[in-house]
Design a protein around this ligand. Sequence first.
Ligand SMILES: Nc1ncnc2c1ncn2[C@@H]1O[C@H](COP(=O)(O)OP(=O)(O)OP(=O)(O)O)[C@@H](O)[C@H]1O
Ligand SMILES: [Mg+2]
Length: 296
Amino acid sequence: MVTSTLTTLPLPVFIRGKVRDVYDLGDRLLMVASDRISAFDYVLGTPVPDKGKILTQLSAWWFGQLADITPNHLISADVSRFPSELQIYREALEGRTMLVRKTDKVMIECVVRGYLAGSGWKEYQKTQSVCGVKLPAGLKESDRLPEPIFTPATKEEGGKHDENISFERMVQIVGRPLAETLRDKSLAIYNKAARVAEERGLILCDTKFEFGQLNNQVILIDEVLTPDSSRFWEKARYQPGKSQDSFDKQYVRDYLESIHWSKQPPVPELPAEVVKNTRAKYAEAFERVTGMAFRS
Ligand SMILES: Nc1ncnc2c1ncn2[C@@H]1O[C@H](COP(=O)(O)OP(=O)(O)OP(=O)(O)O)[C@@H](O)[C@H]1O
Ligand SMILES: [Mg+2]
């Protein structure tokens, strides 16, 4: 069965994530990004048309931009270059699929924050620090940090929430050399991406990277710098001291808060208006970041 929300291709399944159906091709993976949208760790009842295509094409664009900073897992996002035996699935895969190198993934979410928002802002208000990084007193919500900080989280599977951890805790989990490599790479990628965003009138508030290991090399994997993994703000409308409108699913989260969903199943459907506006936000993120029109 093949729809934009679920693919069941007759290939071995590597993992079904909340958003992606990932198939195992031996030393490579086929990552199909569906139109599923998750919020508060649940897949919502209504898909967002074209979301999977936007995420895939935006990630592929960023991998290219970052090629001078880090190797990545992307082999191709162009179905016509996929192995010939996959061509029969062309229609289902087109635009939403990456052929990537399979890696041994590091079970840490590598988060970099340049500004104070979300869980970082919550933690700062209680402790004046984020993931063990001490910050100056008196910062306001959405303030720019003196410098970008690396704030790792554990990568939990099976519906458990990821947990913010200190760098020293990360060292205990993956060892110091790998922890330092991931921190330095993450900060370098953030700095480059924030510069690119800035040229386009956007602020990269914060973002999450995943890395994998292959032949003793650490490579950037998964999706990168998309609205699902990052917060982008409009520079012209930036106003510290409050939360900012963003090109991500904050809009959907706000809707879910407004209907007082318990964040437990049953998972709500999204009204047509919310779906339409969410799709527009994802498409706008693609267009603002890449400077190209999104064509579904
Ligand atoms: N090159 C790779 N090698 C091994 N695993 C990978 C690679 N690239 C991505 N992955 C994994 O494939 C899965 C992608 O699926 P998806 O993004 O839907 O997962 P998820 O993490 O459950 O969802 P969410 O992004 O909402 O947390 C993730 O588990 C990711 O870690
Ligand atoms: Mg993911």
